[in-house]
Design a binder for this molecule. Structure first.
Ligand SMILES: Nc1nc2c(ncn2[C@@H]2O[C@H](COP(=O)(O)OP(=O)(O)OP(=O)(O)O)[C@@H](O)[C@H]2O)c(=O)[nH]1
Length: 189
């Protein structure tokens, strides 16, 4: 599976990926430059689910790089910070961009991060949930800091990605490595 993870700066994308991949939280994490690539394999029943994750930079100056990462992805996690209304507005712009330029069948997940900071919340959970429902996206509130719902986020994504039709192309036991958009949706760069 290939999940791409992006959005506004400082919302906690890298922290979510770091919590998922290494079960670690770094208070002094630096802003991402360009993008980082991480992988994690999770046993799931008789299968192994391998996540190939692009953690993209949220800073505006890296915006134009995003299509390189979401075009070949099976899923996109769009993260906002529940204490910053602006980050939720930015998320809506990303949803629009993904609908217009992303792979047709990409699984979209919306993660409201920093839910350990509920006392300074600016984005009501109900509003975010209803927005996610309106675009048929997965919705979950997370806390990378307190390890809340991070595994669940990736589990929900993995449930929505169908297994490869030709499992024999994979030499190991994992059911899927990556998924490319069907040829009709591929774009020339
Ligand atoms: N309280 C709290 N702080 C968090 C949480 N997740 C991340 N942070 C903090 O938020 C800040 C930004 O986190 P990053 O993971 O670098 O955010 P990012 O979205 O990857 O930022 P860019 O790389 O610039 O796009 C850091 O100071 C983190 O420690 C969380 O769940 N709760």
């Amino acid at each position: 599976e290939l999940a791409v993870d992006y959005q506004d700066t400082g919302v906690g994308k890298s922290s979510i990926v770091c919590r998922f991949v290494q079960d670690h939280f770094d208070h002094n994490i630096s802003p991402t430059i360009g993008a980082s690539f991480l992988t994690k394999t999770v046993p799931c029943g008789n299968e192994l689910h391998k996540f190939l994750i692009w953690d993209t930079a949220g800073q505006e100056r890296f915006h134009s790089l995003a299509p390189m990462y979401y075009r070949g992805s099976a899923a996109a996690v769009i993260v906002y910070d529940i204490t910053k209304l602006d980050s939720f507005q930015t998320l809506k712009k990303w949803v629009k961009e993904l609908k217009e330029h992303g792979p047709e069948d990409i699984v979209v997940a919306i993660a409201g991060n920093k839910n350990d900071l509920g006392d300074i919340r600016e984005v009501p959970m109900k509003e975010a949930k209803e927005f996610a429902e309106s675009i048929a996206a997965i919705f979950i509130e997370t806390s990378a800091r307190n390890a809340v719902n991070v595994e669940e986020l990736f589990q929900k994504i993995s449930k929505q990605i169908p297994p490869l039709e030709n499992p024999e192309v994979d030499s190991n036991e994992s059911f899927k490595l990556t998924r490319q958009p069907p040829p009709s949706t591929r774009r020339c760069c």
